[in-house]
Design a protein around this ligand. Structure first.
Ligand code: FMN
Length: 357
């Protein structure tokens, strides 16, 4: 067992990925009870709601869990660009008998611009805090570490991973291009080598001395074995847990994941303003036809959510942010504890099969 697993009282090496809007206290608690590390995602809520989610998880399980935050550069507002983006979406709204919202807003605050959230985290002292899209201010790292909190951060490249290690994180989540949901890249306008999980994990395991957690496309015990063979110490699975009854995924997302639609995923920045991997659906098809510069994240997400609401009201469930990774067709809609158990049985049989080869 790795030192990190021991410190986090983990009996199985699986982290259930934080998934804003999809993971829930019930999901995190079920994974924690099964011996993994459950995660709740606070990227889309304010400090007060975040505190409630932590309390709700604590009420369900007396084990460590992970609390995840977004650390993006706050949106640079640009009225002309936002108006052009809404105008580009207008024909899609019109198809559903609707019009774009008159105004769109920065619907989520970055942790880096949310002192209340930072204070709440220090006061609540969750066992683990993880960061996506960047790193928190150094003084918050110092304060959380002083409280004994284990800190993790996503990286999509060696440069980002080096920054993660230099910031004092206890582990790096190596997020490959196949991963579902938002790509953790720090600067989406910068260069992106789009490394796969397996390539990224191998590079980071060689170059860094902190534990590497593999994320992206891992859906089975065989996927877990591959990640460990590549040098990962733990694995983080998101898409695998979307279909669990404990998740908050809506009916449209669940149905698409269980259908042949799962064979096609698209990296798009049209839904939220940042690149994210989504099941191919009405929104990703629309995105492919629009070359208008998107409004900044998360302002564009406000428009995307309004378009989804208009589509849903007209009976079309295909405009949701149906985030999923490339392994989506391998998803199994099982209760989280059963899924963890199955993944570990598969992992054991893959190891046994490899040992006799
Ligand atoms: C529905 C969904 C929502 C996600 N939301 C978050 C989030 O709030 N914070 C975060 O750090 N990662 C988020 N991710 C990315 C995961 O942390 C992880 O990198 C990814 O799920 C791994 O790839 P996989 O989905 O192929 O397992 C999300 C992923 C999905 C599928």
């Amino acid at each position: 067992m790795s030192a990190l697993m021991h410190r986090l009282q983990m009996e199985i090496p699986i982290i259930q990925a934080p998934m804003a809007g999809t993971s829930t206290p019930a999901l995190a608690a079920a994974v924690a009870a099964a011996g993994g590390l459950g995660s709740i995602a606070l990227g889309a809520v304010d400090a007060q709601a975040g505190r409630k989610m932590i309390a709700a998880t604590r009420a369900l399980v007396n084990k460590p869990f992970n609390v995840n935050l977004f650390c993006h550069a706050p949106a640079v507002r640009d009225a002309t660009r936002e108006a052009a983006w809404l105008a580009a979406l207008a024909p899609a709204f019109a198809r559903f008998g609707a019009t774009p919202p008159a105004e769109i807003h920065e619907i989520y605050r970055s942790l880096n611009a949310d002192p209340e959230m930072a204070e709440m985290l220090v006061a609540e002292r969750p066992a683990v805090v993880s960061f996506h899209f960047g790193l928190p201010p150094a003084d918050l790292v110092t304060r959380l570490k002083a409280e004994g909190v284990v800190l993790l951060a996503s990286a999509t490249s060696l440069d980002e991973a080096r920054a993660v290690a230099a910031a004092g994180m206890d582990g790096v989540v190596a997020q490959g291009y196949e991963a579902g949901g938002h790509r953790g890249i720090f600067d989406p306008a910068g260069a992106d080598d789009r490394l796969s999980t397996l390539a990224l994990v191998q590079v980071l395991a060689r170059e860094l001395s902190i534990p590497v957690i593999a994320a992206g496309g891992i859906m089975t015990g065989g996927g877990i074995a591959a990640a460990f063979a590549a040098g990962a110490e733990l694995v983080q699975l998101g898409t695998a847990f979307i279909g669990c009854p404990e998740s908050a995924a809506d009916a449209g997302h669940r149905a698409a994941l269980a259908s042949s639609a799962a064979f096609h995923t698209v990296m798009t920045d049209a839904i939220s303003g940042r690149p994210a991997r989504c099941l191919a659906n009405g929104f990703t098809a629309l995105a492919a036809t629009l070359d208008t510069p998107r409004a900044a994240y998360p302002v564009a997400y406000d428009a995307g959510k309004a378009l989804n609401a208009a589509a849903k009201a007209a009976g079309d469930a295909s405009f949701g942010a149906q985030w999923a990774g490339q392994g989506a067709p391998l998803a199994r809609a099982l209760p989280a504890a059963e899924l963890c158990d199955l993944l570990m049985r598969e992992y054991a049989s893959v190891r046994a099969a490899l040992a006799v080869r």
